[in-house]
Design a protein around this ligand. Structure first.
Ligand SMILES: [Zn+2]
Length: 92
């Protein structure tokens, strides 16, 4: 039995890679969907919607998922897209 190989798999499962594309998009959404003076979201697409709006809540999920295991990263993308928030595959 190769214990070094087994340790490597365990470490990968405990410390998943950070998806920087998800994290950057989450940060962009958080910046653009911030509360205004009235307490509602100040983004033009959310005018009058109470904060946190759907996009801000999706941004939180994307941020959390960005450091989670790959299935969570994948489903967070799909959840965002189902809310009308496209997630880019690769950031250039
Ligand atoms: Zn908003």
């Amino acid at each position: 039995m190769n214990t070094t190989f087994d340790a490597g798999i365990g470490q990968a499962a405990e410390h998943p890679a950070i998806d920087t594309t998800l994290r950057i998009q989450a940060q962009d959404l958080m910046r653009s969907h911030a509360p205004g003076e009235s307490g509602s979201c100040q983004h033009p697409s959310c005018k009058g919607v109470a904060y946190p709006c759907v996009a801000r809540r999706v941004a939180g999920e994307l941020s959390d998922a960005s450091s989670g295991p790959w299935p969570r990263q994948w489903t967070a993308r799909l959840d965002a897209q189902s809310c009308g928030i496209p997630v880019v595959a690769v950031r250039s």
